[in-house]
Design a protein around this ligand. Sequence first.
Ligand code: MFK
Length: 554
Amino acid sequence: MSFVQAAAELGNQYRDDRVLRSHLQRCLPAPMRDSIAPELDELGAHAALAWQRERGRSACEPQLTPWDSQGNRIDRIELTPAWIESRGLAARLGLVAAGHEDTYAQHGRTHQFALVYLHHVASAFFTCPLAMTDGAATCIKAAANTELLARAWPRWLSRDPEQFWISGQWMTETPGGSDVGNSETEARQDATGQWRLYGRKWFTSAVQADTALALARPAGAGPGAESLSLFYLEPRDAQGRWQGVQINRLKPKLGTRELPSAETELVGIAGTPVNGIGHGVRSIAPMLNVTRSWNAVCAIATLRRALALARDYATRRRAFGKLLAEQPLHQATLADLQADFEAAFQLTFEVVGLLGRAQHDQASDDERLLLRLLTPLAKLWTGKLAVAITSEAIECFGGAGYIEDSGLPQLLRDAQVLPIWEGTTNVLSLDVLRVLRQPAALDSWRRALDRLLDAVGAAELKNAAAAVRTQAMSLPTAIAALAAEPARLEAAAREIALALARHFAAALLLRQGDWSLRHEGDPRTAAAARRFIGRSRAAMLDRYDDAALLVLER
Ligand code: MFK
């Protein structure tokens, strides 16, 4: 019989993840760690089981039935088994609730996002509506809307699967995916004073959600983002019938195919203003920042999964007389990817930690500003890494990784959404410039970076810390030099954002490496930090002149 290659295997994804476990060890009080460990272990085991179960299955997608046999418009959507399972699991383990409950005070967000990180890949993107639900809860709390806090908040945060509601975020329209200020959906008050929404929403993720937040322009209001308003919707009645919404079709997407994203027509759906009338973009901003944190967590979960598979496969696949894991070039390739993952993990969980502190009024003004800056940085950098690293992981399997039932192509297709939704890399880079317009923002970044680097004690990390300082400290001056020329500053926004993200992540990885050497006697994180920093360079901002136009000339 001819040779058959053993496939990659996944073990319990919590037990196998030293990066997560070491981070929790450093950040959380011991009694809390002990108390949450069983849930993390459960999700780690579930992740491995789901991988065994789903791999190789033919595509399983939600189905839309627009009409019933009598010709009634019903727009019934059948969800996939993974989605139905995830809904119960998410409620029971509190994947939204844990971020808002007071049980672990400022550590609640770390608890929640450790769960999300372990569950994301197995959830078949049920994390998408969970992110939006968390965002909706955050928005309504920020708006202090007592009516909605009484009605929706207990449902969104319920741990009872029967009571649990998920929420959507209906923003995107044909004239404005990024430029939301172009939205055409109109809100009109009927004779009873009830607001009703009319218009086409072009990309409504998780359309089957129990509630949604939507932007609409009140009739007669002027153009632009400022005159949009934010409305709370309940799209279906108690029997599950759509109320003032038609589903035109489910989107045929590159990936995230279990997620029912739809093109919808709003035909008079009742809406409740979330934060009065007007300033809709500002009102939905708390939601955007929360969902962007989710995006970063789900991106690093994707990285971790791609690497777990590639590293396992390297211990099974033999070529040219040796295992891949024994070959210097393959080792170097995997080690670079692992170092990138560890840096991205540190940046993302720093955002998570700061979010928890801010939510529990433990964060200084400096830390709040840092959180505002690090959120788009984490989102944009990890989104890009998710695509690059899943692509590299496929290459680590050679042709076998290119085959659908290895499970890897789906990982890559799904990863491609992460740099797009919740703001593309460029839109997020412009958001970073929006934050940097506050001069204190760059000062907060620099002070925090200094503190992290000053605290590195291990002799073997001193050179790496000095390298980060040299590269990072030239950045504020280079940005200031560009500030006088807005077009050049904007052209450089992505490079600025990636440099801010990478240097800060390097300093965070040094902190973790230093801690792990001292407290765990473990040199692996320190080695990853040196490797990550060894490949980094200072940003090259002086290359952003008007030559782009020349290069693009036809
Ligand atoms: C598994 C992972 C989970 C992820 C779930 C994803 C599922 C969701 C699917 C989707 O719905 S994807 C669609 C998401 N769409 C976007 O993310 C929109 C992208 N566009 C932007 O982010 C634009 O920057 C934005 C529309 C927010 C603003 O553009 P504008 O119209 O140029 O706004 P402007 O005038 O700069 O800002 C308006 C106000 O909002 C300002 O406040 P003031 O009125 O007080 O001056 C801004 O400071 C504020 N603002 C904007 N972005 C903010 C913000 N405030 C806080 N945080 C932010 N991020």
